[in-house]
Write a protein that binds this ligand. Structure first.
Ligand SMILES: [Zn+2]
Length: 308
């Protein structure tokens, strides 16, 4: 066995070890970079998934007649079917629309002739203004269903229904004004179901929210939202959009002051799935302007608030 001087040997060994250390460091650095990239990719995937989920499960809590395409709301739609809407609506005979306007304030400035209160925004994040119902004047808009709307919207609906009938199209108002009180009773009943299953107060509230709109946050509470179907197709589903009634509405509703509130390509902004049956009264001038702009109500109000 050859013998080397100890100094030379330790020198070679030192170099070898130094090289090995450098290699290890390099390897660790590379592993860290790969790990960071993987983490970022995973994060992006989670965010994408959550956005998709929100889009899938958030919907307008109409469910007052017919079945909906979202299975989670089936329970409430059947329970609402069997429950008649409140007969004792908080009608205020003395209030006029201008009273309502001054009490509810303005949502946006449009420069148009229609009253600004007709553009009041109500959605998942924006609550119906305080005092709204106290000054709201409502009346039956469709005698075949007994459903009510704010008087100004009811008159417009009656005109629209007559015009459609003259062209052989049968429109039917299957849901209109819902009082906040009624919405509250729906919500409480749903929440109780989750409490009975042993959920905490907070859990039950959050679960109920996915099925029934929180009272005051449904556009139907305003009296300006109308779910319109036709006797031959009463289900609130996407297939309604293919009916002659839906096509007629899509083309003519703005002439009577109604806009399609949750268009197919605006789900990310409205937070609500495409609802070919849900129309919102905003007044003729506003309806024509909004429809021509191709914007949904949220976008339209944003633009006009910026201009103002
Ligand atoms: Zn609706």
């Amino acid at each position: 066995m050859p013998s080397y001087p100890p100094r030379e040997m330790s020198e070679a060994e030192r170099r070898r070890r130094a090289a090995a250390r450098a290699r290890r460091k390099k390897e660790i650095r590379r592993n860290r970079i790969i790990f960071a990239i993987l983490c970022l990719a995973l994060l992006a995937l989670i965010v994408f998934g959550m956005v998709k989920l929100v889009g899938l499960f958030t919907k307008d809590k109409d469910s007052s007649s017919g079945s909906t395409s979202i299975s989670s709301s089936t329970s409430i739609s059947s329970s609402v079917d069997s429950t008649s809407e409140p007969a004792s609506s908080p009608e205020s005979g003395s209030a006029s629309t201008s009273d309502a306007a001054s009490a509810t304030g303005t949502a946006a400035t449009t420069g148009g002739g229609d009253a600004d209160w007709l553009l009041t925004l109500v959605n998942n994040n924006v609550k119906l203004p305080d005092g709204w119902e106290e000054t709201l004047e409502i009346k039956v808009a469709d005698t075949s269903t007994g459903k009510e709307l704010a008087t100004v919207a009811a008159d417009a609906f009656i005109n629209m229904k007559n015009a459609a009938a003259a062209e052989g199209i049968d429109l039917m108002l299957c849901s209109g004004y819902r009082s906040v009180e009624y919405q509250q009773s729906l919500f409480d009943a749903e929440k109780q179901k989750w409490l009975d299953k042993g959920n905490s107060e907070e859990e039950a509230y959050n679960q109920a929210k996915t099925v029934v709109a929180v009272p005051g946050y449904s556009e139907h509470n305003s009296g300006l939202a109308a779910d319109i179907v036709t006797p031959k197709h009463q289900n609130l589903d996407e297939a309604f959009g293919k009916t002659d009634a839906a096509k007629w509405l899509f083309e003519h509703a703005p002439e009577y002051g109604f806009i399609l509130r949750y268009p197919e390509n605006k789900q990310a902004i409205t937070g609500i799935i495409y609802e070919p049956w849900h129309y919102r009264y905003v007044g003729v001038e506003n309806a024509k302007a909004i429809t021509a702009s191709g914007l949904c109500l949220e976008e339209y109000l944003d633009e006009n608030l910026q201009k103002a």
